[in-house]
Design a protein around this ligand. Structure first.
Ligand code: HAS
Length: 557
């Protein structure tokens, strides 16, 4: 499909800008492993302190890159399947707000005015610039969604009998979750945190800000994941040389995410004293339920891969796994997708450990948690972002992919890096190694009375994993930027590999509409958050904030 020059520019900007920032995000990630392994015993390096770097790492990699990608991939999938562009004003304003918001966040982080990590709740305080910038980034992403809704209605008028294409359903489910879950975040940042940060209010209800953040913070992880699932269901079977095993199963999985992604945020707060055991038990049960659509995905995508392998001549019960196009240069996307899936098996299983209230008491706030989330975020999420960014940049710009062999290598090197990093983090976590701590100043510093020799092998494994991930990232940046700087050799076009469904399945009307699922999702959110809110107001209140990061008590001697 040919697209207008303005739309093309917006898509390419939405790929280029976050990818450039991702260099800074990755640098700060590798620095984390260096600090924590005790290679350096300093509070800062090159003018960036530990928490400033950790904030940049989390905000750039997990909020900026993922949101830009969801929007750009949404533009590409929705336009490709509905064969039209969204209204120009929507995609232009959306991108403008996202770019301005990101620049504000970046300015606040680089100047050290935002160091409260990517989980921006009180009592840590950021500059109002950061809160407003983040709000603009989010509002910009909403506007892109409004543009897609408009073209969906236009398309539906012309195609009343055709059901919503699967990729469009996945994208709409994702952005509906996003729209609902960002409302508490918008309230938290704009109504509570910004006035507090400007000094207009001098007291703050800490548990309330934490609850509002996690109402957003858990659905956020599915907002990262669902673009990857759209790619797994609608692109991967084709790239593997097969077909999608069941379209209905895929539709049901997306719709289950719509109802179950939002009411589970309290599982990040099992240690929070304000919530009742009943609320925590309910959140735990719903968290097990939200794993179901991922189990379904494992089976549907697994069956699609087996079908592809058998089509390529595979025979045995398990040996079909070797008949997939792991290293084929023309199918380089396959490596990014499969490595993400392999990591996600372990990312998902560790998530199920976290969901248990009792086991959570052992792992909460230890390095186990970043071990879990690197196999999810740095697994399927980032790997699909990396692969699809290469694909979309080269097709939409008409430029040829450069250094193809390198492009094929990247996901495998990355996989080894993430596996080692997460193994080091999780084994340390089980021994109580704390997360979000500059261990090089204490537990991994032989000169410190807190030195703990058990954390040396675990943080060293994490360091090796981090360095391997850094090497994979460097190879990737060479491929991406060489492609972006290359000459146009093909006609620019908006195109996607499109998987067919294996069987013509019976139409299930409930799978072709989002309305009942949306209503159910709001009901389920209320079942968790009405009792949670009652507890917050019953057991906590706004108090003056005594914590100041630059107070002499908090400065390192
Ligand atoms: Fe999580 C904490 C529970 C999924 C991200 N999670 C986090 C944090 C992040 C995060 C960032 O219950 C830390 C937040 C912070 O900073 O404090 N998580 C879960 C559960 C799931 C889960 C039950 N998490 C994710 C995903 C994330 C993510 C997805 C990002 C994208 N998580 C928790 C809990 C905590 C938590 C607690 C709080 C911990 C604490 O105490 O602080 C589930 O959704 C997971 C279900 C997944 C599966 C896996 C399915 C496997 C598939 C692969 C199939 C492979 C194939 C390949 C087909 C059941 C789909 C075949 C191979 C061949 C070779 C052919």
């Amino acid at each position: 499909m040919t697209i207008s020059k303005t739309y093309r520019t917006v898509i390419l900007t939405g790929l280029l800008m976050p990818m450039t920032l991702f260099i800074l995000g990755c640098y700060n990630g590798v620095m984390q492993t260096i600090y924590r392994a005790g290679i350096i015993h300093q509070a800062s390096v090159g003018g960036i302190n530990y928490y400033q770097g950790l904030t940049m790492h989390g905000v750039i990699n997990a909020i900026v890159l993922t949101t830009f990608f969801a929007v750009v991939f949404g533009h590409v999938t929705v336009s490709y399947y509905l064969k039209r562009e969204p209204p120009k004003l929507t995609y232009q304003i959306s991108m403008l707000l996202m770019v301005i918001g990101t620049l504000m966040d970046l300015a606040a982080m680089i100047t050290g005015k935002a160091q409260a990590l990517y989980t921006f709740y009180a009592p840590l305080k950021d500059s109002p610039f950061f809160y407003i910038g983040t709000a603009l980034l989010i509002i910009g992403s909403w506007i892109a969604f409004f543009g897609w809704i408009k073209i969906w209605y236009d398309w539906k008028k012309e195609n009343p009998e055709t059901k919503m294409p699967l990729a469009v359903l996945g994208t709409f489910v994702n952005f509906s979750i996003w729209l609902i879950c960002t409302l508490p975040a918008a309230y938290e940042t704009l109504i509570i945190l910004t006035p507090w940060s400007l000094g207009w209010t001098d007291s703050i209800n800490v548990p309330l800000t934490r609850m509002l953040f996690w109402m957003f913070g858990h659905p956020l992880v599915y907002f990262w994941l669902l673009p990857a699932y759209v790619a797994y269901y609608t692109i991967l079977p084709k790239v593997a040389g097969g077909k999608l095993y069941s379209g209905n199963a895929a539709r049901l999985a997306f719709l289950l995410f719509l109802i179950l992604s939002m009411p589970v945020g309290v599982h990040h707060q099992f240690s929070e004293p304000v919530f009742t055991p009943g609320t925590k038990l309910w959140a735990s049960l719903l968290t097990y339920a939200v794993a179901i659509p991922s189990f379904m995905t494992a089976f549907t995508v697994g069956a699609s891969l087996e079908f592809a392998a058998r089509r390529r001549g595979a025979k045995g019960v398990f040996s079909w796994m070797w008949k997939l196009p792991y290293f084929e240069v023309d199918r380089y996307l396959f490596g990014y997708f499969i490595c993400g899936l392999i990591l996600f098996i372990f990312g998902g299983l560790t998530g199920i450990v976290n969901a248990s209230y009792t086991l959570n008491q052992l792992v909460h706030n230890t390095d186990w948690v970043p071990g879990h989330f690197h196999m999810t975020v740095a697994g399927p999420v980032i790997l699909v972002i990396l692969g699809m960014s290469l694909y979309m940049y080269s097709t939409v710009s008409g430029k040829e992919l450069k250094f193809k062999t390198f492009a094929v290598m990247v996901p495998y090197v990355w996989l080894v890096g993430v596996a080692l990093l997460s193994h080091g983090l999780m084994s340390g976590g089980l021994m109580g190694e704390p997360r979000r701590t500059n261990l090089g100043l204490s537990y991994t510093n032989p000169a410190s009375p807190l030195f703990n020799q058990h954390f040396v092998p675990t943080t060293s494994t994490t360091l090796v994993g981090g360095i391997i991930m850094g090497a994979a990232a460097i190879i990737y940046f060479i491929v991406f930027f060489a492609t972006a700087m290359g000459k146009r050799v093909n006609e620019p076009q908006l195109i996607l590999p499109e998987s067919e469904e294996l069987n013509e399945e019976r139409d299930v009307p409930l799978f072709n509409t989002m309305k009942p699922w949306l209503i159910l999702s709001i009901v389920l959110v209320m079942t968790t958050y009405v009792p949670a809110l009652i507890s917050v107001f019953k057991y906590s209140k706004a108090v003056p904030n005594k914590y100041q990061p630059d107070s002499p008590q908090n400065l390192q001697k």
